[in-house]
Design a protein around this ligand. Sequence first.
Ligand code: FAD
Ligand code: NAP
Length: 339
Amino acid sequence: MSAVSVLHQASLRELNTFGFDVIADTLVTIENVDQLAQLMQQLKTDPQPLLILGGGSNLVLADRIPGVVARMAIKRWQPQIDGDDILLWAGAGENWHQTVERTLEQGWYGLENLALIPGTVGAAPVQNIGAYGVELKDRINRVEVFDCQQECLKQLSLDDCRFAYRDSLFKSVEPGRYVITAVELKLSRKADVQVGYAALQAELHGQSTPTPEQVFDAVCRVRRQKLPDPAQLGNAGSFFKNPVVSAEHCQQLRQQEADLVAHADPSGGCKLAAGWLIDRCGLKGYRMGSVGTYPQQALVLVNWGGGDRAAVEQLAEYIRRKVVERFGVELEPEPRFYP
Ligand code: FAD
Ligand code: NAP
């Protein structure tokens, strides 16, 4: 077994997409399942807090991270082809967007709407990533995990994972119990494109049956126009979840705001566009010191330089209060605050 790479007092500046200056007590890089098991064994004899880190694109980190940060770098690419159906095991440390690109190059379809989402394959099930009407749960068969409670490797079925809107077993039911080591994706050589979102339709100029490659290109173009590239401007994507309110509350809001952006939710209520609510409070492009909301998409909080978790928390609290005052709607952050 290869030795685990260990760094002390390590900078995580390049490992969190907000670009905060963060120092981790100990940073280890995990390249295979044996190294992960070995780390878990060490933490049993010498208990310390543990953060599993992917690409750091859904995290709001404090200035100092105590204990151990384990960066997942497990690689795996293991397809099983049966006619038009493909089951593909991808390692937790694979880059998500490169995985999407690589499947399309093979003519294996299904992930095109999920293009350009930063981060790793292993983190994708944590919040059941979604975009443009497709969620990971629609494209997944099983998840391989290391169960930290039972100290063994396991495979979890789709039902076991308890996927919900930007949520899962890993995020809210039993956070910290499982480390995802690989994900089995369910793909097909037959195209079944999802182009229901207006922004995507507009980019495809009303084309009714685009190819998955065209959908991929359109998603990339729309995202590049609307979202900041973390390599240029620190951010963690959508900062708040889209809130779901009752049909009555939605009706009431519609009387107040005729152009309210709301979509039917499976619960029977309405999913409001959090970005629209923030925009309507006059906060699109708003700046508070080193941080602010992105001028093209108010839902994205950005670090203009020198920002930190405290600055983002202060801005988020201000936005949350303004939205409650105007609409009576509570916004809940999407990224994880650690510690
Ligand atoms: P990290 O931020 O490193 O970790 C996120 C959480 O997952 C943490 O709690 C971490 O401990 C845990 N975790 C990470 N890896 C593992 C593992 N192997 N096992 C167990 N737990 C693990 N999200 C969407 O859903 N849709 C989008 O369209 C989208 N667009 C985005 C656009 C931008 C510009 C940015 C910056 C973010 C966007 N996101 C989006 C959010 C983010 O990219 C996703 O949530 C992504 O899956 C996070 O991956 P990561 O590897 O960076 O995870
Ligand atoms: P958008 O197209 O401006 O739409 C605004 C919101 O309305 C979206 O959040 C979306 O909800 C919802 N919506 C739009 N059309 C819908 C439809 N036909 N049915 C149901 N809901 C609909 O959104 P955007 O900000 O540019 O983002 C585009 C997509 O990328 C969205 O799916 C968004 O979730 C995803 N994205 C996510 C992140 C993140 O960090 N989580 C960051 C950037 C983009 P949903 O969010 O439920 O899809």
